[in-house]
Design a protein around this ligand. Structure first.
Ligand SMILES: [Fe+2]
Ligand SMILES: [Fe+2]
Length: 343
C-alpha cells in the first residue's frame, strides 16, 4: 500500500510521516556526502504531498491563503516574478532534458558555477538539519521539505550539466564550514529561517539572478540560461519564505527582538560584511541587511516581498539589486549598528 492510500485509510498517523521524513533526512543532516542523496531528497519531496493532505485532513491550515502560500513553492515564485504568465516554466525547465555541456558552454558555465554545487549541497544539508533537530510548526515542516526538494533539483541540474561526480568532492568545502556551523548552532526555527533564508538566501537571490544575467551576456545557449533562471526564481522565493516565517514566528516581544539581533550578529561574526564601496559583491552582501532594516521599520511582509521580487528582476536584467546604493547602504548600516548594540 502506498503512503497516500495508507493516510486516506488513516492507518498512518502524522507522526509516522514525520518520522519517515526524519529518517530520510538524517544522513543528509550530517553535512557529508550521502550516496543516495537524490533518492532521499526526491522522496522527501514526494512525502510533502502526503504530509500536506494529512495536515489538511487534521484541520491544519483552515485558512486557504496560508495553504496556497506553502505549496508548491516554485509555482508561487514564478507567480510573484512573472504575473502568472509563466507559472509552469520554473518547474518545466527543471525537467529539461539535461545534456552534458561541452565546448564554450562548458567552459563558461563551469567557471561561473565553480562554487554553485556546494551552495546547493549545504542548503540540502541545512534543510535536513532543520527537519531533524528543530521544533518546527507543521506548516514550516512542509515548507522545509519542499525547500530541500527544490535545492536537490538545483543540484541535480548543475551536476548533470557539468558532469560532476559528487562523490569526489567535499560535500561541504572548507570555505563553507562557517555557514554549516551557523546552521548547526541554530536552536529555534526563527534563528534558522533568519540565518538561512533571510540572510544567506538574500545574497543568493541577487547572486543567482546575476548569474543568469552573466551567462546570457557570455553567450551561453538558451536552455542553460533557462535552467539558471528557474533556479533564480526559486531562490527569490526561498528568501521570501524567510521573511514570511520571521513575520509569523516573531511575536513582537522584547525577547524576539533580542533573538533576531543576536542571530543577525552571529551571522555577521562568521560572514563579515564588506565595505560600502558600490561593487557588485558589496551591494549583494548588504542587500539582506537592507531587508532586515525594512522588516524592523515596517514589519510589512508584502513590502519585503516586493523588494525581493524587484531586486531579483533587476539583477536578472542588469546585475545588482537595483536599489540606490546610498539608500541600500544607509538601511544596511542601521541594521548592522542595531544588532551590535542590541545583541
Ligand atoms: Fe538552490
Ligand atoms: Fe534556495
Amino acid at each position: 500500500m502506498i503512503v497516500e492510500e495508507m493516510i486516506a485509510d488513516k492507518t498512518i498517523p502524522s507522526t509516522t510521516i514525520l518520522e519517515q521524513v526524519r529518517n530520510l533526512a538524517q544522513p543528509l543532516a550530517s553535512g557529508h556526502y550521502v550516496e543516495d542523496w537524490d533518492t532521499r531528497s526526491f522522496e522527501i519531496g514526494r512525502l510533502s504531498d502526503a504530509y500536506s493532505l494529512l495536515a489538511k485532513e487534521n484541520g491544519h491550515w483552515a485558512n486557504t491563503t496560508e495553504v496556497a502560500a506553502v505549496r508548491p513553492l516554485s509555482v508561487t515564485a514564478s507567480r510573484y516574478l512573472d504575473n502568472e504568465s509563466t507559472t509552469g516554466q520554473a518547474r518545466l525547465s527543471m525537467n529539461f532534458d539535461f545534456t552534458l555541456l561541452d565546448g564554450e558552454d562548458y567552459r563558461v558555465v563551469s567557471k561561473a558555477a565553480a562554487r554553485l554545487d556546494s551552495a546547493e549541497k549545504i542548503v540540502i544539508s541545512s534543510a535536513a538539519y532543520a527537519l531533524c533537530y528543530l521544533d518546527n510548526p507543521p506548516e514550516l515542516t512542509l515548507e522545509l521539505m519542499n525547500l530541500l526538494y527544490e535545492e536537490a533539483l538545483h543540484l541535480e541540474a548543475i551536476g548533470r550539466l557539468l558532469g560532476i561526480d559528487h562523490s569526489e568532492r567535499e560535500w561541504i568545502p572548507e570555505d563553507r564550514l562557517g555557514n554549516w556551523e551557523l546552521v548547526r548552532g541554530c536552536t529555534s526555527p526563527l534563528e534558522y529561517m533568519v540565518i538561512e533564508h533571510c540572510l544567506y538566501e538574500g545574497r543568493g537571490t541577487i547572486a543567482s539572478a546575476e548569474g543568469a544575467y552573466q551567462l546570457e551576456r557570455a553567450g551561453v545557449s538558451s536552455p542553460v540560461v533557462a535552467v539558471m533562471d528557474a533556479i533564480a526564481r526559486q531562490e527569490a522565493n526561498h528568501n521570501i519564505s524567510g521573511f514570511r516565517w520571521l513575520r509569523l514566528l516573531d511575536r513582537g516581544r522584547a525577547e524576539d527582538d533580542a533573538a533576531l539581533a543576536s542571530t543577525v550578529r552571529r551571522f555577521v561574526e562568521v560572514e563579515p560584511v564588506p565595505d560600502a564601496d558600490g561593487s557588485d559583491a558589496s551591494l549583494r552582501k548588504h542587500f539582506p541587511f537592507f531587508l532586515i532594516q525594512v522588516y524592523r521599520d515596517t514589519g510589512d511582509f508584502r513590502l519585503l516581498k516586493e523588494h525581493i521580487v524587484a531586486a531579483s528582476r533587476n539583477a536578472r536584467r542588469a546585475g545588482g539589486p537595483g536599489i540606490a546604493p546610498e539608500e541600500l547602504y544607509r538601511q544596511s548600516e542601521k541594521a548592522l549598528a542595531w544588532c551590535s548594540v542590541t545583541a
